[in-house]
Write a protein that binds this ligand. Structure first.
Ligand code: FES
Ligand code: ZN
Length: 301
């Protein structure tokens, strides 16, 4: 197998692109995909400040590394969930990564916020992962807004996005289908959100980290029984195997043709948002979901 660009021996095989690349050409291809994503979705412009949510895993560290190499004004954000034996390792991977690159890092400590995830798990009756996701998104937005960042970037890749789309489609969930995508514009107290890796797969971000020598914390969360959307990802991988390129075609076709239809259907159905009286975050209820969990943990609900 030869590299499609330079004819040297290839290292990374990408059937979905009908291509294989050597290491340096793969890294150029990867940068090109990130640039194409940023441009196609008008995610951010030169000089805008980006806060990248870092979990310590391969996707978010690949994202931050690539944005830095593209001379973007990027800082890191780590939300410490206070899960014993897991959060401290993830935090160390993120801190080492940022220190080595001179990257500013904002840390939110959920224990100090009265929201340590093990405590949340003990008190909340819903599956902890969905509550944890809600809490993380809350602090992503709050940290970006308070820090004056124009955009919050996350490391969601094509596998994440296609699996989420499949899940939403199987339920014909109009509300989710109308705003799933790699860019959510700023609105009502929410900062702009961007997913610059949406054109790249998990395999590609793993290759990127390997070739760049990035040390990642890839142990799964001890509270999640298997990663999110695992069965959907498996289905899509099967499809991709038999018909290379179908994963991207599914997602990209949705963005171009599916989502506009759901947006039109959902127009005007959104609930009005107002600031939460306790923390100022936008909410459609009388207090926001995270402050409600805080009250529950304080035994006030
Ligand atoms: Fe949040 Fe596992 S419960 S990452
Ligand atoms: Zn609140």
């Amino acid at each position: 197998m030869k590299c499609k660009s330079c004819r040297e021996p290839a290292m990374v095989d990408l059937p979905s692109h009908n291509a294989a690349f050597c290491g340096p050409c793969f890294l150029r291809y990867f940068s090109g995909q990130v640039r194409a994503a940023v441009k196609a979705q008008a995610m951010f412009g030169p000089g805008e400040r980006i806060l990248a949510a870092l979990s310590g895993g391969k996707d978010s560290l690949a994202l931050a590394n690539e944005l830095l190499e593209q001379d973007c004004r990027v800082s890191g954000l780590f939300v410490d969930l206070a899960i014993p034996g897991s959060s401290d390792r993830a935090r160390a991977a993120v801190e080492d990564f940022c220190r080595a690159r001179g990257l500013d890092l904002v840390v939110v400590d959920l224990a100090a916020e009265g929201l340590a995830i093990p405590e949340v798990k003990r008190r909340v009756r819903r599956p902890v992962c969905s509550v944890c996701g809600k809490i993380k998104r809350h602090f992503f937005n709050r940290a970006a807004a308070r820090g004056g960042f124009e955009v919050l970037a996350t490391g969601h890749n094509l596998d994440d996005e296609a699996a989420r789309l499949l899940a939403n489609t199987l339920r014909w969930d109009g509300a989710y289908l109308s705003d799933q995508g790699p860019l959510l514009p700023a609105e009502d107290g929410f900062v702009r959100k961007a997913k610059p890796l949406y054109r790249l797969t998990e395999y590609e971000t793993a290759c990127y980290c390997f070739l760049k020598g990035i040390e990642v914390h890839d142990a799964p969360c001890p509270y999640s029984r298997g990663a999110t959307f695992t069965s959907y990802k498996r289905l899509l991988d099967d499809l991709e195997h038999n018909s290379p390129g179908s994963k991207f075609a599914f997602y990209d076709g949705f963005l171009n043709r599916g989502r506009p239809a759901f947006e039109a259907q959902q127009a005007g159905l959104g609930q009005g948002l107002s600031p939460c009286p306790e923390c100022g975050s936008p909410t459609s209820g009388d207090i926001c979901g995270v402050c409600r969990i805080r009250r529950l943990l304080r035994g006030e609900d």
